[in-house]
Design a protein around this ligand. Structure first.
Ligand code: 8YV
Length: 321
């Protein structure tokens, strides 16, 4: 870089990534890793040429309107961009990028963990042993649902969906999916395409959500569609909490229409949903789908690659607005 552009890095990132940002930019970091309020975010952006945020910073139309003229790039450290008002960014000529692909394997691992944790009552069993309450055993004790050979349904067959499919094939599961369009066979690898979400939902013993949160997909798993899931099915969500009507999910888990749910994402984050936490037939994680050492470095580098290109006046690889 010839000119040292001013860069705000909103959250604490991998040391390797922060070192690269400090080398190439006049970068401002957040060593205490505090979550910014809206006002703090706007204030922190005022003398910046670019910002490298996470999904924890909402760039609403109001925030984007308050950004300084000089700020030209929002280089997200996330694949999801539902925290950014893309229309508002476009209208102001701000380039927005994301980090696809590099987190697919890590997130797929968490989807499988959520599936198995839900199917085999992982949280319940862990609590019992850890709290010193495991005082009996019998063949009818903690019996769960076996996933081997069952149908694994994927709503949204992008990078993460395909990586989850690859892992579910290891359990000899039959892969089903819904996407706007069927994938070429080289990517579908024999997975069965459903033209509608409803057809997929009714055909999945385990339904795993891998689509972004958009106006079209928000609340897609409502009471009506949850009722379409086969009796005893399992819902896995490692995508976005906004996809699921949590009240309807809680009702289906309480009535045992669903055997269990494995969730890494919630409508309210951080925190989750206390009513979900009170249930036994859930396996819950605090939005850690991409939280591995390897993937955090790869995400940070991908965000910086995009930023470098955008500030050089080149087309960034992952431009979303
Ligand atoms: C990340 C995510 O942890 O990439 C995404 O969209 O939801 C997560 O995997 C987070 O966004 C990091 O900024």
């Amino acid at each position: 870089m010839t000119a040292r552009h001013r860069l705000l890095v909103t959250r604490k990132l991998s040391p390797e990534v922060e070192a690269r940002a400090a080398r190439d930019y006049d970068a401002v970091f957040n060593p205490g890793d505090r979550t910014f309020t809206t006002e703090e975010l706007i204030a922190a952006c005022q003398d910046m040429d670019a910002v490298l945020p996470c999904h924890s910073e909402a760039f609403t139309a109001q925030v984007i309107a308050a950004l300084p003229e000089r700020l030209r790039v929002i280089a997200n450290h996330s694949v999801g961009v539902d925290h950014v008002d893309l229309e508002a960014a476009r209208a102001r000529g701000i380039i927005v990028t994301n980090t696809p692909d590099v987190l697919s394997d890590a997130t797929a691992e968490i989807a499988i963990l959520c599936m198995l944790g839900a199917a085999r009552r992982g949280a319940e069993g862990h609590r019992l042993v850890q709290e010193g309450k495991w005082d009996s055993w019998s063949p009818s004790f903690m019996v769960g649902s076996q996933v081997s050979g069952k149908r694994f349904g994927i709503l949204g067959m992008g990078g993460v969906g395909q990586a989850a499919a690859a892992r579910a094939r290891g359990f000899e599961m039959e892969i089903h999916y819904h996407n706007r369009k069927p994938l070429p066979e080289v990517q579908a690898k024999g997975a069965i395409y459903h033209e509608t979400p409803e057809s997929l939902i009714a055909s999945s013993d385990v339904l795993s959500l891998h689509c972004p949160a958009t106006p079209q997909t928000r609340g897609i798993m409502n009471a009506e569609r949850i009722a379409m899931m086969p009796e005893g099915a399992i819902l896995v969500n490692t995508a976005r909490g906004a996809l699921v009507d949590e009240g309807a999910l809680i009702a289906a888990l309480k009535s045992r229409h669903l055997f269990a749910a494995g969730l890494d994402v919630f409508q309210t984050e951080p925190g989750g949903n206390p009513e979900l936490s009170a249930l036994d037939n859930v396996f819950l994680l605090p939005h850690i789908g991409s939280a591995t050492f390897e993937t955090r470095i790869a995400m940070g580098n991908r965000a910086l690659d995009n930023l470098d290109a955008a500030l050089r006046g080149e087309a960034p690889r992952d431009r979303v607005a």
